[in-house]
Design a protein around this ligand. Structure first.
Ligand code: HEM
Length: 200
């Protein structure tokens, strides 16, 4: 137990092993068809990646922003060196994984190319389709905000791209603005996706 809790990496690996053992035992007991398994694996990947991305959005807006704003110059320098780049790396890659797993999940759930996957058109009520496509639109906007506005401006703030003090201040304001836009969209996107999957 102590070895498992000796580092975050070990704890995470142990958690993944626990999840895999439980799922494999359930499949061994009841079985699962190929499409069901693919759908489950994509859904699990999607939800865990979304959890990490939205967790980072929460952290940036409610913890990191206040810490960076309130810190003195030395403290801000430490945050910019040791915290902000790691947070940015995690949410950038989590956002790619959410988008990729989400697009692939559209296939076994029948939203895209149903005819091809199931050999017949998949009936989708208007409400379910609207919930799903509304959520997808919001999620794609969130992904675009990260890669078109947040990351390029954060690179200026971190000194990875050139910029004087004014450019850095403007870039910092843009990062904060789009981080808030992502926070605004995170809850409706998550709720609409859960509703599309479970409401009907
Ligand atoms: C911030 C971004 C996103 C978040 C937080 C998010 C979250 C979720 C959650 C929580 C579920 C419900 C899983 C379940 O309960 O079974 C879900 C389902 C799903 N998501 Fe996303 N998602 C995001 C982006 C996307 C994107 C960009 C796509 C596709 C392009 C996508 C496609 C799907 C699909 C196809 C489902 C399954 C719906 C169903 O079973 O009817 N998601 N998502």
């Amino acid at each position: 137990m102590i070895a498992v809790l000796s580092s975050a990496r070990h704890a995470l690996i142990a958690g993944i092993v626990l999840a895999v053992v439980a799922v494999v035992a359930a499949i061994a007991a009841d079985g699962v068809d190929r499409l069901g398994l693919i759908s489950f694996l994509l859904r699990a990947t999607h939800v865990v990646a979304a959890m990490v991305w939205v967790g980072m959005i929460w952290f940036v807006n409610f913890v990191q922003h206040a810490a960076v704003t309130g810190a003195d110059d030395a403290g801000r320098g430490t945050l910019m060196r040791l915290v902000v780049p790691n947070v940015a790396w995690i949410f950038r890659h989590a956002s790619h994984l959410v988008l990729l797993s989400g697009v692939l999940l559209m296939l076994p759930t029948g939203y895209l190319l149903g005819n091809w996957v199931f050999g017949a058109p998949v009936y989708m009520s208007l409400a379910k389709s609207l919930l799903m496509w509304g959520a997808v639109a919001g999620a794609v906007a969130m992904w675009a905000f990260v890669h078109m506005f947040i990351w390029p401006n954060l690179q200026v703030v971190l000194g990875l791209r050139p910029g004087n003090a004014d450019a850095k201040a403007a870039a910092r304001a843009k990062v904060a603005l789009y981080a808030r836009a992502n926070l605004l969209l995170a809850v409706p996107v998550t709720v609409l996706m859960v509703a599309a999957a479970h409401l009907f």
